[in-house]
Design a protein. Sequence first.
Lengths: 356, 379
Amino acid sequence: MELRRFAFIALIIVVMFGTIVAIGSSRTSPGILIVSMLATTIAVATPLTLGALSGLYCERAGVVNIGIEGMMLASAFFGWFAAIYMNTILKMPPLLSLWLGVLAAIVTGGLMGLLHAVLSVTFKVDQIIGGTVINLLAVGISGFFNRQLFFEKGSIFGGQVPHAPGTLPAFHVPILADIPVVGRIFEQQPIAISAILLVFFTHYVLFYTRWGLRTRAVGEHPRAADTVGINVARMRYANVIIGGLMAGLAGAYFTLESVPSFEPGMTNGRGFISLAAMIFGNWSPFGAWSAALVFGAAQALQINLQFFRELIPPQWAFLQQASIVGLVPYLLTMLILTGIIGRTTPPAADGVPYEK
Amino acid sequence: MESNEQPKKGTISIIVDIFKRSAGAMLVPVLAVFTAMLVGALVIWGAGGNPIAAYIGLFEGAFGTARALSETTVWATPYIFAGLAVALAFKGGLFNIGAEGQLALGAVAAAWIGYALPDVLGVQIPGFIHLFLVVVGGLLAGALWGAIPGWLKAKTGGHEVINTIMMNYIALNMVSFLLNGVMKDPNPLNVIARTPLIASGARIPAIIEGYRFHWGFILALVVAFFIWWLLWKTTLGFEIRTAGANPDAAKYAGINVARTIVLTMAISGTLAGMAGVIEVTALNYRHELGFSQGYGFDAIAIALLGKTHPLGVVLAAILFGAMRNGATRMQFMTQIPVDVIQVIQALILLFVAADAIIRYIYRIRTSEERMVLTRGWGG
């Protein structure tokens, strides 16, 4: 990452952490505040990180994906449905049901990815429109099945939402989580931890393996890749489906890790923030992750400010509003795109169907 | 004698020609809608419902009574404006995903001018002038929200798809902030994020007492005709279409492409803003949070189903409006969730966009060139 952009990101993080310390330090020690902010940041950045990785796989292979939001939403629903079905109808233990739910969410994401690949690679549909199809379809099918399966008379659950098997239990990272004070950061739920591992994994795959080299070749110069014998269509299919799997795991975060329920439209734009994170991070795994953390920190700031409601000076009270903090990712991304804080360079063939 | 008859033949053959051409142009969209309804029927059947009963309910709910017809036009009105906004941008080679935000800001600006301006200025504004100010204010807000991504594209090359998506959420967050805060209806009984009612002088009266059918629908038809005229009968329209079809050729022809991009996006934003303005001035007389959820994305489907032609957009918007309106009765009669309509609409977009599927199923030869809409992030 360019130095200028790194300095910019560091500055934003310092400002956000500085704000919470400045407001809360009269009641709680700065160390505890910062640790708590960090822990919340990592948790809420989870779907953004995974969503950005989803976009990354697709776009590095030359397929624009604005359907991350829809992929997440559909996966969130079907993962949740699968977990409840396993638990209530098949009488499986809660933890096993949850993990099968995660699996169902990932499979749903993969299928959505497959649909995107069919549209954009086989039928060469404009990729923005392919993404729009996925977003509209996800709202429709998750809403339809939510009502049909849970709220209609004669539905399998008898017209009411059964008790959910809860959320995935937090994972105690060995040694690290035992460190006093700081250990709290390493007390995270499994999807949050896998998101971080997947960032490292994706970096390795993209830049240190033959697969990654081929993926990037297909995204930068498909004709050259084709000439040396790389199957462009197959590489694009595979990467878009992998992108779908990532978005599926992100979807699982909403209903199986964050809260044990589903609401129509509950992803609430976070798929688009993921897209923003990927662009902000200049199409690199660590860049995307740092952007997801910046956007997550904005959300964590707003959540943590709730604890110090009465300490906030009235002229800063608006900072507690979710809609003000919600502006941060979008404004920053537009700023990045203007080129003021360093250039952004998408893969050269991003969004262009390949004609043999 | 022959010279007398030939012009007659000529006019008839021209009319026949137009019919043939529009029938040819409508073939794929009509088959796409048909196929999507067929797949939708499978979904309904798979979920344990009766598709025929569902579609009868849908039709009755959309066109069965005078009231149903009136409600269909109410649904179709914002769809026409938003669909035109997206279609016009497509003609200019631009992808405006921001209709949602432009619409919401147009509505908020119109509502604010409608309820607060007389108090702020401390004067009584005569009804007609007040309405004029409300409309102009709302349209300017929409135009501005459209022009910014246009300007960014022209100046920095930042892709309008990303910028309009970002500006959607900026607008929605701003609107939510305003409607939950300073602009919230101060009535002590109110718990909803909505503005107070606008002054009675700034309202467009109903056409038929007791029906929600309003002037906005008629205005939408007039505006659709105007957009057709603008695109095909004016220099600006020619410039927009040329810059859209081939920016390099446009540059060599002496067209200021940067200026055309900003103008196209501004007009597009104005059209989307109009949808919001009409909702405030002719229908609800206030802006309420959540009114505009989803119009922006539906508008993309409408613009494509209408083949980015104003007449096509009007027809597609009425179809989408009818489906949304009829869905309530369908759910009431058959217990099929209204959400199935969204599945069908997504499938319509899928089949219109991937017309190769439709052409393959129905064995239609490819006659026209593929529409190239975007050219990737690199711009």
